[in-house]
Ligand binder design. Sequence first.
Ligand code: ZN
Length: 506
Amino acid sequence: HVAQAFLFTGPRGVGKTSMARILAKALNCEKGPTITPCNKCKNCVEITRSNSVDVIEIDGASNTSVEDIRSLQNELLYPPQSSKYKIYIIDEVHMLSKNAFNALLKTLEEPPKNVKFIFATTEPHKVIATITSRCQRYDFHRIPIKEIIEQVKSITPKEHISFDDGAIFMVAKKADGSMRDALSLMDQIVSIGKDKITKEDVLQVFGIVNIDVYNSFVQKIINDDEKGLMKDFHQVIAEGNDINELTLGLIEYFRNILMIKIGIIPEEVHVDDIDALSSVCEHFSEEDLLYAITILIDTKDKLRTSSHPVLILETTMLKIANINRLINVDEMESQTITPHFVSGKKKETESTEKTVFTQSHTKKDEKKDKKAEKKEEKQEEQKELTKEILDQEWQVLRKKIRDEMPIISNHFSKAIVKNITNNFVHYSTNSRMGYNLVNEEIDKITRIFSEHFKMPVKVVVEFEEPKTGKKYLHGASYDEIKKKSPKLADMIKAIDGYIIEQKPDE
Ligand SMILES: [Zn+2]
């Protein structure tokens, strides 16, 4: 028995459509259905040439209307002309409109005889479940770099052109899991007309920034040489390198360092580069690297709409260069800054409390704070935020923060409330990265709090060295959780986890 419908999923260029044609041949070969179509009979040859009347290829991206599907339904009434099956190959099936989907579903529910569907999609999650459940599904995967290299090598001798290993590696890497792209890239590189093609040729033709550039950037960051870093950076820009490529390259570079740091050698790393990356990774903590990757991804998004892309990437590079200073909280704590915001209002009993201010706490912020302070004094008599109110409202509040800042919200949720005095909510976190990220957006969080509680609230997050036995639970210590539910506490301990949210009655 052959299924009525098939669903081929996977990234572009991994052979979904080619496989769909092979399947069509397997079904319609004059000697079939067979798993080894002859490739010689009339049916096979026509399918290869994409001119079989019984194998209809439809591009979901350009045939999305109900009319298209209706005409398809009408056509389905006619039997195949010269083959066993009428086969519809619908590429990018997720692009069909909802109405078109429903029309298609009707067809699938009452399948006409001798009709088969082969759906292909790069985004299976967008295909509705009622369709996927009626399909036999096959997931296609990105082809590993190693396999692309082997395949490309087996083809190149025919071209009478030699490639060095580095060149083939770069092509395979740029192909990003797609054999089709790899072959097209090879064509492009061959067209430069050289007999011997080197890694440098590939880098130049495709505008790829060499890893040496990133290595040199990072050396400057490690040596705290901001001037040198900027000089290098401007040099690379002056050479005409694309700023988006450079940003993507930096993301990949830091991602590779992070992977090596946690003991994985990514396939995208050439064997010659492992040593250099390994020596770099000693200078960064995992959180430093995650922080660098996070702000680079953020930068990548900002570049899309900015008219000052160089400035944006420049700032990000300097932020990364300052990682080591950013996390030097011990030094900051020793200065024991009393927050201006609460001066004069703070109760005597809490004077021992140390508060660390954010890096971004500039004079401008102080002005803002003064304003807020005046406002607050007006309303403070009427309302005061308490731990109970905060706990009650936390789920709603958390959602508001998550809607605006998904990543930040995740980190913020791990912080615990130290105390609340005069609408001054004091959080602490054991995560340096969480501390850095949350503090970057502390003004936004403060605004969300103030808007939510309809009164001026100030939020401050402090970094605290992790202590054993203390877990990241919102508003409750490990011991408190243990009292309520020993089982849950055990689980948290076992996986070194934390509670993100608590649903009622659970
Ligand atoms: Zn055949």
